[in-house]
Ligand binder design. Structure first.
Ligand code: ATP
Ligand code: MG
Ligand code: FE
Length: 333
């Protein structure tokens, strides 16, 4: 079986051709550069970029792979969550193609895509704890099986990726700030004392907006080391994530841990979780760095699993800005 997967939930326009037997046939991805000077994604600009780029990217994918479109068995696409103006473009494209080819449509939850980004390399054993750390989400889920997600806890305010981007903006750096702060941090020392909100709390809730405010207060003094502040911020973030994962293991007894989403590309997070796995005898998994951030291959993987379970949707389905993962698909599957 072959699926074409479509991802346009934020600022990546991404398409992939994927075989249920042999994996990725080909993929194309365009990361929108227009947002760099704004310190975050501008929804209207994002939608325009998706509109401009999606058809040329599809042509390129077909050319690169030599694939005949009649070979596509179904179309997988991100339905939710995301910027509604951006989702609309991918959903309209997916629906049009499915209609033209008379093939089924398989909606995928973006976070389910992130969770399965690890499986693109090799499937891991159930159950596992998934720490999703991305631009819009910072959540812990217990994954019991495909489609069986139990929400354990998450951020009460900013997502970790969002904090990285906001801290970068405060320091006058461009968007996306995560990779830039990550690089700067490697040249600095943890010289600044920053808060680690809710780290001592028993539960699995997290909070990162106070940390960002503490960074702002230091930036406002006008006299600080970018490297040291980046390093201090990164340490605070990783300390909190590490502690919450240890707590999630204590509460669930599950020792398989999958760290996914854009921030899972972070070098310090990877280093510390590797140490953690050695110290506590956890199995810790990360996606390949190119599958940490948004891509269509992860959507294809989840799409195939959904299609195998007979989940398809009608052509009049509409994008949803923010449906929680644990409630996804209840109304149309
Ligand atoms: P969501 O998946 O929650 O809908 P999104 O799709 O916008 O949000 P992703 O593409 O998964 O998010 O991740 C993008 C985020 O990852 C950005 O906030 C970016 O700064 C962050 N990021 C990318 N690389 C790194 C890194 N090396 N260190 C820290 N953060 C990073
Ligand atoms: Mg992005
Ligand atoms: Fe994402």
């Amino acid at each position: 079986m072959i699926t074409l997967a479509v991802e346009t939930s934020c600022d990546e326009t991404a398409l992939a051709l994927f075989s249920s037997e042999s994996g990725i046939i080909g993929d194309v991805l365009l990361s929108q550069a227009v947002h760099s000077e704004f310190g975050g994604v501008v929804p209207e600009l994002s939608a325009r970029e998706h509109t401009r780029n999606i058809l040329p990217l599809f042509d390129k994918l077909l050319k690169d792979t030599g694939m005949d479109i009649s070979k596509i068995d179904f179309v997988s696409f991100t339905l939710t969550p995301g910027l509604i103006l951006s989702l609309v473009i991918g959903v309209a494209f997916a629906k049009s193609l499915a209609y033209a080819l008379r093939k089924p449509l398989v909606p995928v939850h973006h976070l389910e895509g992130h969770i399965y980004s690890i499986f693109l390399e090799k499937p891991i054993d159930y159950p596992f704890i998934s720490l999703i750390v991305s631009g819009g989400h910072t959540d812990l889920y217990l994954v019991e099986d495909f489609g069986k997600y139990i929400f354990l806890g998450g951020t009460l305010d900013d997502a970790v990726g969002e904090s990285y981007d906001k801290v970068a903006k405060l320091m006058g750096l461009s968007y996306p700030g995560g990779p830039i702060i990550d690089k700067l941090a490697q040249k600095g020392r943890p010289a600044y004392h920053l808060p680690r909100p809710l780290i001592g709390e028993d539960g699995l809730n997290m909070s990162f907006s106070g940390l960002k405010t503490a960074v702002r207060n230091i930036v406002m003094t006008g006299n600080y080391s970018k490297e040291d502040l980046a390093c201090s911020f990164q340490q605070a973030v990783v300390d909190v994530l590490e502690k919450k994962v240890i707590r999630a293991v204590e509460l669930t007894g599950v020792r398989n841990i999958a760290v996914v989403g854009g921030v899972s590309a972070n070098s310090e997070l990877r280093r510390r979780f590797k140490e953690l796995s050695e110290k506590h005898n956890y199995q810790v998994y990360f996606p390949k760095p190119k599958f940490s951030t948004d891509n269509a291959c992860m959507i294809a993987y989840a799409g195939v699993e959904r299609f195998k379970r007979g989940i398809t949707a009608p052509l009049d389905i509409n994008p949803e800005p923010n449906t929680p993962l644990e409630l996804f698909g209840k109304e149309w599957s």
